[in-house]
Design a protein around this ligand. Structure first.
Ligand code: PHE
Length: 343
């Protein structure tokens, strides 16, 4: 009996050691066989030996052997589960460099808008903003679009009520500022605008504009042209051709549209995915402030003159970054967004 007790103790210790050394399923199976195998298992042997004990000794010894068997079974199961969990195989190597966490960054359009703002601020402009939900008066009427005028049809307007709408351009901010501020005025007005458009590679129902306005005595078209040239050459690092085309806006006279030479094919590829083979890309509207607009804000058009322009930020970003589909900017695909991460 004593001998049996001694072996139970001995096996308990040995099992603890064996199981602590298990690192994979194979060695786990070996340990299981050593103790529980039906033929040669150590515990199996002990149980067989019970027969040799006297009836008084049997119950106590049987209990101890069964306890040992249960402990072994539980431990084997616990270690097996651990082996299956991925953490078990993952060793921590403290010498490896740490993983850098992605902290997020401003949206590419925000970054681009900041670049635009910086250039104008260096030229002495200040920044103003206005509401995204506008009245018909500010979005159209004060800008010299009479009610039912066909020029309104160029803007596919999203109306909130008969009189309230999502602004179709940033030009209403010109009116809001001129109502409050006497010339000289030299401002840019960035912000979101909205049009009832179906999204496609070059159109979005929501996009960004930067409006500009300069009003003072003696401002003429040469100032407009010079300012836009300096701005575009700075933004595109000099590598750009610029073209002014006559156009029409009710709130400027004369008016122009400004194109830049295609940044991808320089007009050489008839199938260019960026300019469609045209060679030129329209990025802004501009002109001299119409005298009627001055009258609407009680400013004397005989004394003051000015120029205004409105730049499509997303469109310009598209050409600056050579992206052929503007929808990429708002699809929130991190693989796209992360390319613009600030270092
Ligand atoms: N508001 C015009 C547009 O959205 C652009 C523009 C601004 C034109 C200022 C002339 C002067 O298309």
């Amino acid at each position: 009996m004593n001998d049996l007790n001694k072996r139970i103790e001995e096996y308990t210790k040995k099992f603890k050691k064996d199981i602590s050394e298990v690192r994979d399923k194979k060695s786990l199976q070996e340990v299981r066989n050593t103790y529980l195998s039906r033929k040669k298992g150590l515990v199996t042997h002990l149980l067989r030996e019970l027969k040799t004990l006297s009836p008084e000794e049997k119950p106590e010894a049987g209990k101890r052997i069964n306890e040992l068997k249960e402990t072994i079974q539980e431990e084997l199961q616990r270690v097996e589960q651990n082996l299956e969990s991925p953490r078990f195989t993952e060793r921590i190597d403290l010498t490896l460099p740490g993983k850098k966490r992605y902290l997020g960054s401003p949206h590419p359009i925000t970054l681009f808008q900041q670049e635009i703002e910086d250039i104008f601020v260096r030229m002495g402009f200040s920044i103003e903003t206005g509401p995204e939900v506008e009245t018909d008066y500010y979005n159209f009427e004060a800008l010299n679009f009479p009610p039912h005028h066909p020029a309104r049809d160029d803007w596919d307007t999203l109306y909130v009520t008969d009189d309230l709408l999502l602004r179709t351009h940033t030009s209403p901010v010109q009116i809001r500022i001129l109502e409050k501020k006497k010339p000289p005025v030299r401002i840019i007005m960035p912000g979101k605008v909205f049009r009832k458009e179906t999204p496609d590679p070059t159109h979005l129902p929501m996009f960004f504009q930067v409006e500009g306005l300069v009003v003072d005595e003696g401002i003429n078209f040469a100032h407009l042209k010079g300012t836009l040239e300096v701005f575009l050459k700075t933004l595109f690092h000099e590598k750009i051709r610029i073209r002014f085309r006559p156009s029409f806006f009710p709130f400027t006279e004369p008016s122009a549209e400004v194109d830049i030479g295609c940044t991808l094919c320089q007009g050489e590829d008839k199938q260019c995915r960026l300019c469609g083979g045209n060679g030129w890309i329209e990025i802004l509207g501009a002109g001299m402030v119409d005298p009627q607009v001055f009258k609407n804000v009680n400013t004397d058009p005989e004394k003051y003159s000015g120029f205004a322009f409105g730049l499509g930020v997303d469109r310009t970003a598209m050409f600056a970054y050579q992206i052929s589909d503007m929808r990429n900017f708002f699809e929130n695909d991190l693989r796209f967004i992360r390319q613009f991460l600030q270092k």
